[in-house]
Design a protein around this ligand. Structure first.
Ligand SMILES: [Ca+2]
Ligand SMILES: [Ca+2]
Length: 92
């Protein structure tokens, strides 16, 4: 989206947005954002149940139910990406 002028910017800015649902921020090699076993293992190693719910921004709570459990692991497993279909950060 070209923001253009009128927002107090010195020059026009262009922004892109993407969503790599199931990515925890780990196991990535820039510029690729991969959803892979590293993200699944992260959920497995950082469990949260009803007695210790996560904050809303927990990296491993992929379905944002404040729990990190088998559901999150399965979510990653069924949304895995490869270098050919993953989100790629664009730099200019
Ligand atoms: Ca990842
Ligand atoms: Ca969850």
């Amino acid at each position: 989206m070209d923001i253009g002028t009128g927002f107090g910017l010195a020059a026009a800015e262009t922004h892109w947005w993407g969503n790599a649902s199931g990515d925890s921020g780990s196991g990535n090699t820039a510029p690729r954002i991969l959803v892979n076993p590293t993200d699944e293992i992260g959920a497995r190693n950082n469990p949260h149940g009803i007695s210790n719910p996560t904050p809303v921004d927990d990296a491993y709570d992929y379905n944002k139910d404040r729990l990190v459990n088998l559901t999150d692991q399965i979510y990653v497993r069924t949304h895995t990406t490869t270098p050919f279909n993953c989100v790629v950060m664009i730099t200019r």
